[in-house]
Ligand binder design. Sequence first.
Ligand code: FAD
Length: 495
Amino acid sequence: MSTNRRDFIKFVVAGAVAAGCPINLTALPADAKTEVDGEHNEICHQVRDGHTFTRPASSANYDVVIVGGGVSGMTAAYLLRDKHFLLLEKEPHWGGNSYLEEFNGTPYATGGAFLELGGNAAEFSKSLGLEQLPIANWDGMILNGKFVSDCWGDNIDKLPYPQSVRDGFVKFRDEVLKMDVMGRAKELDLLPLTHFTKGYPQELTEWWDNYGPSNWGAKAAETSAMIALWEVQNIGAKTRKDDRVTLPGGIGALNRRLSEVLTEKHKEQLQLSATIVAVTQQKNGVDVTYVVNGELRTVTAKAVIMATPKFITARIVEGMPSAQKDAIKKMHYIPYAVVNLIYDKPVFNSGYDTWCPGGNRFTDFIVADWTVRKQAGYKQKYNILSCYTPMEADERGYLLTENGSKMIAEQVLTDFKKLLPETNVDPIEVHIYRRGHPMYKSLPGNFTKVQPLTRVPMERIAFANTDSEGPVSSTGEGIKAAHRAVEEVNKVLAG
Ligand SMILES: Cc1cc2nc3c(=O)[nH]c(=O)nc-3n(C[C@H](O)[C@H](O)[C@H](O)COP(=O)(O)OP(=O)(O)OC[C@H]3O[C@@H](n4cnc5c(N)ncnc54)[C@H](O)[C@@H]3O)c2cc1C
């Protein structure tokens, strides 16, 4: 990229991160324009670092206080709309890990991408008036300058590898298709995927090292075999139908709708930019202390739903049983950036989600307007490509600063340009949305041994958030967790 061209590329940095480590600044463009947005982790970091906040006397009473305004917390609020609830969210917007943004009217995702047709999340969308559109396109891959569509299905024997490696992929798929993965789920959940890739070409493990972190936060050696083998049976099945659905902007479209529906009738019960610092169970209620507009406030609820990720929940909720705290300590979360490359001309429209193994900074990229681009009368104004960029825990510090984030964005762009001759063009803008701990790793045993312990309700406190359920972080599991938590608090309210 020429220096002049860089002047025109705007890096927009948004989101929240945590923790810090040194940053190599040498790869940074000195002259890139930068806009910084978001970053609301200061108070959470103070909680992490053991700061004690004063607790003002309670100033209001509620039936239920819900902490966290991602899909799980918002779903809980929606289910409790006949109750006197209060929903609190630390960011200045709703949506958590699935937050939709727009570029000149074209929506794009900064996180969650698609849902499963007929699954609880798609059905919930439908009930809110959002009919999700079919993707109908099995994932492809790009390697060695070659794009192959439907890489685990029709074109598995055309993968851009030597013949012996292709044979290894086919054999692995066929062996996995014969397995009773569901029947052996408990046993398979305790084993890493690499237990089953032994003896196959190294490229197979590398493929899963690329696919896993984007989908469930973990490379092959750390992935529960149950999850990956299950996935092979889905993407590699001999007879199959792509049952994924989405809207432009991904799952953020659902979260936006949900926030609109809640705001319509319950505006006074919704509070953004409110960071909870303490949740204390008392004899007849729960005190919730939070910081809003620089002030500490305490409210009291008959019951509380914690829809925040567990590593935060464990720090905020006082008196949590040690078995629960120990289980939460076993959960690990990765940093994750989504880099949106915005083009004012078509660059890549050949597949919805394309995997890019082979050491690129990102794992895969998604065409933002895939589901509408073939509709009559639709004209693609911008070709927005969302590059999914899961990162290692020790790289988290890069996302903590504007320069570190820009460096990641530039690495993504550099690698993207090398993929194919047609991708070697300059975008008009590059946006990076960074998150410090958005996705938990689906480690062996996480689903069967750890998560059940993390969600045990305390007397008046129930635990939602996708990380309560499993086996992977997903919108559907966040919604499921909300239903369970609402059931639990309804029992408390019923006395
Ligand atoms: C890059 C990426 C891609 C994904 N793709 C998909 C996909 O294609 N399909 C799919 O189904 N799922 C996908 N997921 C997973 C899905 O997005 C999540 O499972 C889901 O959004 C989780 O929702 P949640 O409400 O449980 O948690 P979150 O979205 O994490 O919500 C928790 C909320 O709590 C808030 N919070 C935290 N601490 C505090 C505090 N102290 N006080 C107040 N508020 C606080 C946070 O700001 C946040 O808004 C993806 C995730 C990522 C990161």
